[in-house]
Design a protein around this ligand. Structure first.
Ligand SMILES: [Zn+2]
Length: 88
């Protein structure tokens, strides 16, 4: 599979590393319970359908990208540098 990095152009999928959801949960406050911290740090959604993820182009430009894709079809809609992506 080939992806088009906005900085490098078309590259092999293996150059990119998915790093999880690009929609970040609210950080617990200092008074939060260990259970709240565990949920914040370790529990992630596994959505079906359109999603936005944070990917790193580690074998290319090193850019962090927001990847909009569909988890059911693997279709990729857009790769956008983090600083240029619209808010979720
Ligand atoms: Zn790149």
């Amino acid at each position: 599979m080939r992806l088009t990095c906005p900085l490098c152009g078309e590259r092999d999928l293996r150059e990119f590393t998915p790093r999880g959801s690009a929609v970040f949960a609210d950080r617990p406050g200092p008074e939060a319970s260990p259970e709240d911290w565990n949920a914040y740090l370790h529990l992630r959604d596994n959505p079906e359908g359109p999603t936005r993820e944070l990917w790193w182009h580690g074998a290319g430009c090193g850019c962090w990208l927001i990847v909009a894709r569909d988890t059911r079809t693997h279709e990729i809609f857009a790769l956008t540098p983090v600083g240029e992506a619209p808010a979720p």
